[in-house]
Design a protein around this ligand. Structure first.
Ligand code: ATP
Ligand code: MG
Length: 464
C-alpha cells in the first residue's frame, strides 16, 4: 500500500474500553487540559505518551496539543516557559515546578528536508497529518476520554508495524530525520517497517547528509539510550544507506560490530548515560583512529564525551588483543599484568574498558568465534577493581612525588616524567616497594642510567 488516508471515522471502535483504561495522564496534565478546555480551547494528549500508554509502557512526558494560540496558553497559566514559541510550544509549570509541553495545532506550510515553517489556526486533523508515523499520530481527549486515530495507529500497534502517515516518500522528503526515527521505533518495539515506508527510507538516505549534525547526534543518542537492540537499529541505518551518508567510514561495518552494541546490559538513569557512551565507543571505535577526533567534532560530541570515547576506543585498540589472548589461554593473567592494565586504563576507567571488551567478546562468542569466556572476564573485572582500589596504580599514588624529586635535584620536565614512570613500573611489579625510602633509592638508580650528573647530585643529597 502506498500511503494511507484518514479513515472516515477516526472515533472509538469496539474493544476500546480495555485500551482506554491504559490512558492515565498524570493529574497536573489533566488539570492543564481541563483549564484549556474550560477556556474554550479543544485540547488533546498526543505523541509518544499516548503511543507508549497503549503499548503498556510508562512514559513520563505527556504532551498536549491545543487549539489555543501560544499567547492564549501563556495568558491562561501563571508560570510558563517559552520553550519553542515559534513552533507553538509553551512549557506550563505545575505546582511542583515540573514542565509540561503544550503545543498549538499547526500545519507545515514549507519544508526543505531539514526545517519546517509552521502555521497556527490548524485543526487536530491537520496537526496529526504532519506527524511522522501512524503510531505517533493517535490523539486522546482527556475530557471526553476518547481516542482520535485517523491513520489507524492502533491497528499498526497491534500489527507491530511502522508506517508513515500519508505518502511515505513525500513525508520523508519533508524531513529526512523521519527515516531515522522510523528505524529507531522499529528497533525499539521490535516492529516491522511496512514496505513502502522502507522504500521511502532507502530513497531518503542519500539526502541525509543535509541533516544538521546536532539532530543526527541526538538521534544516535536516543537510539543508544532507548533501544535495547540498538545494533538492530544501526544495521538498518547501514542497510538503508543512511550510515554511508552520515558516517561514511562505517558504511561497511560488519554485523559483529552491531551485535556488540547489543551485548551491554539494559540500564536506566545515569547507567543508561554510561551505556550510551560505551555504545558510541564500540561503534565509532571502528573508525580509523586518525579520523576519530574530527568525526567526534563534526558530530558535535561535547568535549567530555569526545575525550571519553577517544580514550576508551584507544585503550580497546591498544589492549584488546593482548587481554583477549591472555584471558583465552589456560594460564590466568598474573597480578602484575592486571595491575599494568589497570594503570594503563586508569582506576576510574578500567571498569568501562572491560565492559567494552566484554561486549566485543560476547558478540564473538555468540557468533561461534573464539573469545575469552564470560567467567574469565568477570574474574578479571573483580581482580582489576580490587587492584584499582588497593594497590598503587597511578603516579599520584607513589610514596614520593615530583616535589621530592625536585628537592633531590631532578629537573622538572621529561626527565622527571621518565623517573616517575619508572617508579610506577617498580611498584606495579611489587606494591610493597611503594615507600619513601625504597623509591628514593630507585629514583637515584633510574637517574644514573641517563644523566650521570643528576645522579651524582641525588646521591649527595640522599646520602645513599
Ligand atoms: P520519545 O520521546 O519516546 O522518543 P516521541 O514520539 O514522544 O518519542 P518526540 O520526539 O518527543 O517523540 O516527539 C513527539 C511527537 O511529535 C511524536 O510522537 C510525533 O507525533 C511528533 N514528531 C516528532 N518529531 C517529528 C518529525 N520529525 N516529523 C513529524 N512528526 C514528529
Ligand atoms: Mg517525547
Amino acid at each position: 500500500m502506498t500511503g494511507n488516508r484518514p479513515a472516515p471515522d477516526g472515533g472509538a471502535s469496539p474493544g476500546d474500553g480495555d485500551l482506554l483504561s491504559r490512558l492515565r495522564p498524570p493529574v497536573p496534565v489533566l488539570r492543564i487540559a481541563a483549564r484549556l478546555e474550560e477556556a474554550g480551547h479543544e485540547t488533546w494528549c498526543v505523541g509518544g505518551a499516548v503511543r507508549d500508554a497503549l503499548l503498556g509502557i510508562t512514559h513520563l512526558d505527556w504532551d498536549l496539543a491545543t487549539a489555543a494560540t501560544p499567547q492564549q496558553v501563556q495568558r491562561l497559566f501563571r508560570r510558563t516557559v517559552a520553550v519553542g514559541i515559534e513552533f507553538g510550544t509553551v512549557g506550563v509549570l505545575d505546582d511542583a515546578g515540573r514542565m509540561h509541553e503544550v503545543t498549538t495545532f499547526r500545519r507545515d506550510v514549507q519544508t526543505d528536508g531539514r526545517h519546517a515553517v509552521v502555521q497556527f489556526g490548524a485543526s487536530l486533523d491537520e496537526d496529526l497529518a504532519r506527524r511522522d508515523l501512524t503510531i505517533n499520530a493517535i490523539a486522546f481527549s482527556p475530557r471526553h476520554r476518547t481516542l482520535h486515530d485517523p491513520y489507524d495507529g492502533r491497528g499498526d500497534l497491534a500489527g507491530r508495524v511502522i508506517r508513515a502517515v500519508g505518502n511515505p516518500e513525500a513525508r520523508m522528503a519533508e524531513d529526512r530525520l523521519r527515516a531515522l526515527r522510523a528505524i529507531r521505533f522499529a528497533a525499539r518495539f521490535g516492529f516491522r517497517i511496512e514496505d513502502s515506508t522502507w522504500t521511502a527510507i532507502v530513497a531518503s538516505a542519500p539526502w541525509m547528509g543535509r541533516l544538521s549534525a546536532e539532530r543526527v547526534k541526538q538521534e544516535l543518542d536516543k537510539t543508544f539510550e532507548q533501544v535495547d537492540r540498538a545494533g538492530g537499529a544501526l544495521a538498518l541505518w547501514r542497510d538503508s544507506g543512511a550510515l554511508e551518508a552520515l558516517i561514511p567510514a562505517l558504511a561497511d561495518a560488519p554485523d559483529s560490530l552491531f551485535a556488540a552494541l547489543d551485548c551491554l546490559p539494559m540500564a536506566v538513569g545515569p547507567r543508561a548515560q554510561a551505556r550510551r557512551l560505551l555504545r558510541h565507543t564500540i561503534l565509532l571505535g571502528h573508525v580509523p583512529s586518525a579520523d576519530l577526533p574530527d568525526l567526534l567534532r563534526a558530530l558535535r560530541f561535547s568535549r567530555a564525551e569526545a575525550r571519553m570515547v577517544s580514550k576508551l576506543a584507544g585503550l580497546w585498540r591498544e589492549l584488546g588483543d593482548e587481554m583477549g589472548t591472555l584471558l583465552s589461554s589456560s594460564v590466568r593473567p598474573d597480578d602484575i599484568t592486571v595491575r599494568r592494565w589497570v594503570a594503563r586504563a586508569t582506576r576510574l576507567d578500567v571498569g568501562l574498558l572491560l565492559r567494552v571488551a566484554e561486549a566485543h567478546w560476547a558478540a564473538r562468542r555468540a557468533d561461534g568465534d573464539s573469545a575469552p569466556s564470560s567467567a574469565s572476564v568477570r574474574s578479571l573485572h573483580r581482580r582489576a577493581l580490587r587492584a584499582a582500589y588497593r594497590d598503587p596504580v597511578a603516579i599520584s599514588d607513589l610514596a614520593i612525588g615530583g616535589e621530592e624529586l625536585r628537592q633531590l635535584g631532578v629537573p622538572a620536565g621529561p626527565e622527571m616524567a621518565r623517573i616517575l614512570q619508572g617508579l610506577l613500573n617498580v611498584v606495579l611489579v611489587d606494591p610493597t616497594r611503594n615507600t619513601v625510602h625504597c623509591l628514593r633509592s630507585v629514583a637515584v638508580e633510574l637517574a644514573s642510567r641517563e644523566l650521570p650528573s643528576a645522579a651524582q647530585d641525588l646521591t649527595e643529597r640522599t646520602g645513599s
